[in-house]
Design a protein around this ligand. Structure first.
Ligand code: PEP
Ligand code: MN
Length: 354
């Protein structure tokens, strides 16, 4: 425990939190915890006791009996334990059983009423608390949750980045949007842990995402582990065995040994650039599609491909807007000439294919 509380003020080594998504039965939590205790980097055992489920008939956690098993795992392994709380009753029960640390889940952080109730229930209690990001990419909502717990007097606060729901289909269960936790860290100066399990939603992406977290200088990982992942009652696709976690940790390249991107600020900015470039590409593709539609329409109406007045007008408008945004006219001219040129080519080929 002393390690845990000192980590909050001086997160010198990455904190690894691991354990099952849900505490399912005594055997499962004990077997998993005993294996995790063999991995020296694992400093905190997680176990979900009350599970927020999307559909009502899913497994919703074992409740109080699960807490007793979690505490037994603590006694047998010496690992401090953490669980998710969503209501004042959860807080009361977790404190009664002597849980060492708590976290607030993504579905709870979206609701300021719930967060305030938790903060009130914890007023004056000095327990380490992790605050997950809200499901939606809303930095202020995340910051607001920190403020509510700070006002209630909690001194050991850290963030958990578990990705965000995103309007587009991606390979991730929850899109990382790394720039948001980076900005949170910059603004609040709190340690930020990466919950790679809920970001990825599958085992295949875990290693790369964990490495990215290290590259971006985040302060630790949360990884869901189960002694028999495929039989897990919740999040079976993303849980790994303790052995696999040991391998994952062993394969991580420490930042200082990276040939490239060893500067965390540089790595963070580059990652932001990669995200922006990805958006630029999407926008370009969208623009070209609209351009094709215009090509079809011009052909149908007997209009010329090049409409010089329109082209002159948009270029001069973009040059002005670009100047206002601090962009050089040279860049704007080059970019839009290239785009316009390519549009013309596309429309010309539509005209030719009659
Ligand atoms: C969890 O950690 O098991 C969990 C429910 O996560 P989240 O709140 O990030 O969805
Ligand atoms: Mn889970």
């Amino acid at each position: 425990m002393a390690y845990l509380t000192s980590w909050f003020t001086h997160p010198s080594a990455p904190l690894i939190i691991s354990g099952p998504c849900s505490v399912e039965n005594e055997r499962q939590i004990l077997a998993t915890a005993q294996a995790l205790a063999q991995i020296p980097e694992v400093k905190l055992l997680r176990g979900g006791i009350w599970k927020p489920r999307t559909r009502p008939d899913a497994f919703e956690g074992r409740g109080e009996e699960g807490l007793a098993w979690l505490l037994k795992a603590k006694q047998e392994t010496g690992l401090p334990v953490a669980t998710e709380v969503a209501t004042p009753e959860h807080v009361e029960m977790a404190l009664k059983y002597g849980v060492d640390a708590l976290w607030v889940g993504a579905r709870t952080v979206v609701n300021p009423f719930s967060v305030q109730q938790l903060a009130d229930a914890l007023r004056g209690v000095d327990i380490p608390m992790f605050i997950k990001n809200p499901v939606s990419p809303d930095l202020n909502l995340w910051i607001g949750a920190f403020e509510r717990f700070q006002k209630a007097g909690l001194k050991h606060l850290a963030a958990i980045h578990r990705g965000f729901s995103y309007y587009k289909e991606t390979a991730y269960r929850n899109y990382p949007m790394w720039e948001i936790p980076i900005e949170l860290k910059r603004m609040l100066d709190v340690p930020v842990i990466t919950d790679i399990s809920h970001i990825c939603g599958c085992r295949e992406l875990l290693q790369n995402t964990a490495q990215k977290s290290v590259d971006l200088a985040f302060d630790g990982l949360m990884v869901e582990c189960h002694h028999d992942p495929s039989r897990a009652l919740t999040d079976a696709d993303q849980q790994i065995t303790p052995d696999a976690l040991g391998e994952l940790i062993g394969a991580l390249l420490p930042r200082s040994q990276q040939a490239d991107g060893s500067d965390p600020m540089l790595a963070a900015l580059r990652s932001e650039i990669d995200d922006i470039d990805a958006e630029l590409l999407q926008l370009l593709a969208r623009r070209m599609n609209v351009s094709s539609q215009i090509g079809e329409y011009k052909k149908e109406k007997g209009l010329t491909v090049v409409q010089m007045d329109r082209w002159k007008q948009i270029l001069s408008e973009h040059l002005n807007t670009g100047m206002e945004l601090g962009l050089s006219p040279e860049l704007i001219k080059k970019v839009f000439e290239a785009i316009h040129h390519s549009s013309i080519q596309r429309q010309t080929s539509i005209f030719e294919n009659s």
